[in-house]
Design a protein around this ligand. Sequence first.
Ligand code: GCW
Length: 679
Amino acid sequence: MTVPAQADDGYRLWLRNIAAQTGTAQVEVHGDSATLRIAADELRTGLGANAGPVVLARANDPSIAALRIDVAGLGTEGYDIRTTQVGGRSVILVTAGSDIGILHGAYALLRHARTGSDMARIGVRGARFGLRMLNHWDNLDGVVERGYAGQSLWDWWTLPDVRDPRYVDYARANAAIGINGTVVNNVNAKAISLTAPYIAKTAALADVFRPYGIKVYLSARFSAPVELGGLKTADPRDPAVAAWWKAKADEIYRAIPDFGGFLVKANSEGQPGPRDYGASHADGANMLAAAVAPHGGIVMWRAFVYADTDPEDRAKQAYTEFRPLDGKFADNVLVQVKNGAIDFQPREPFHPLFGAMPRTPLMMEFQITKEYLGFATHLAYLGPLFEEVLDARTGVRAGETVAAVVDGRAQGHALSGMAGVANIGRDRDWSGGTFNQANWYAFGRLAWDPTLSSEAIAREWAAQTFGNDPVIVETVTRMMLRSREAVVDYTGPLGLAHLMATGHHYGPGPWVDDLQRPEWNPVYYHRADRNGIGFDRTRTGSNAVAQYAPGVARKLADPKTTPLEQLLWFHHLPWDYRLPGGSTLWVELVRRYDRGVATVDAMRRDWASLKPRIDEERWTKTDSFLAIQAREARWWRDASLAYWMSINRLPLPAGSPPPEHDLAWYKAQRFPFAPGNPQ
Ligand code: GCW
């Protein structure tokens, strides 16, 4: 019987050391820098004495130059790890073209030690995406929009004087999974972030992150020249506006010489932008890009736009607006596109812009925080969601995947990247629950290497988080791999989406039909009536399918060739529509709701079986969370079915239990202080 892991509050994330029991490793460093010192310290304390000796040296260091290790193909952050002879003895050599590359190599070595995998298999690794970025939706008052792990980690009030040691631990955790950038303030930005006192605060964070290879970026409020500069306009074509931004960029770079650049949410959900002046998104992005270009900065311009005045299917609007701008963006601009065309739903087809703007680097935006997947309490491992999108075939060029579009090499783009909306807060365990840490982890690992499987990532995370006990790793991995599909099943199966309650987005609200903007209402998305359900996005409806490449569009235009998982996303079908297996749409819908509930029950049983093997604190918290999830999965299922039945008047298939309450009860539920919804 394995001894249960020691007391653990989850603070250490994937950096739990095994060295305590076995002494420290022998590590020899050639050269000196803050980064190399970190790499050496991490290995000394993190590797057991049985490992090593380890040598850290740049490939051109005289001590190893004779080995002629070719690091040219590794990029500025990649590494080479090998067992070889240095100075007459056999060592594990971690080398790279840069100190940051060596640091990434050191973390890779630690990961292999902690997961018990074969050192010989580490080899040579370069990052596939250049920008691997967290987006913090953190407000300056400490509230995190869609954050469920407590207050913002950044204590803006005491910065820049107080450099909370947690900032260092944040950088360590991120560097260990390859993250190299962080946007520290919300995309719903306040101009005050660009004032001198706040620049100084951000500069303090940048100082802490720098040796870990992590750059800081800021969300920029487009109207800042008016709000801070007293100008009459923020029109990007106005020379005074451009000059204001240029001076602002110069000011920022004086404080933060390696400042990364700006992220912008423009003309979306009430944010100001170039469209306010009749200028295009390209005009806006290029004006900002010109301000940061002399310093090597970049602009990430979000494509998440939909207008309240536009009657077009919301799923089509970003494509309609951005595709004509392909080729019009400056070289240091990336267009940041959410994984799907609506909004981080538990499942969405990949965004049709991927593949459709070959002359523009497109940055992937995922949501790591679980706004639509049960907040912090539901166990939903997002690895399979990320993987599904990255692996999707665009149909534009032979074999092209979304990951290949984002990587941009085929198009010769110098920039590439992936952003994840962070799930990090001041909670002791950072992410509001142990399993949420896995989503942060999986995001980082896939941004480094999108060919990794979500299963492999789950395994390595489980081993580092709970210890390398095969029973734990097997059971935890099984729970994780089923979990996201369970959420899809009990919240919106068969391609249904956007059925949540208003504002806070907590719990079901498929009946909501009274919000000001049509596309804010769940009824807009499911279109259920007496006869059928689903959004017709074929030629007879919004024709959103035509935004995909012809081969993909053809498949999606026919319900028979549309994957069941996306059926009602693209089609409005009768309740008695026959599915390939022979059952009706209604029966299959109910079956999936039931399956979602049953999967959560199975996850609970799995977790219960691990009680003797997992430390008390983390076991109990997850156990309580699973109890919440089991209750809320039933609530989602029951409320949704009560509502669908009020519309279609169909009975439940035999064996499927009736909803616990009547529809009026579900409609009457209110959640005034649900988290993550800034007031
Ligand atoms: O998912 C929606 C969220 C908003 C968010 C917006 C966005 C930051 O509900 O809270 O605003 O997306 O991505 O801009």
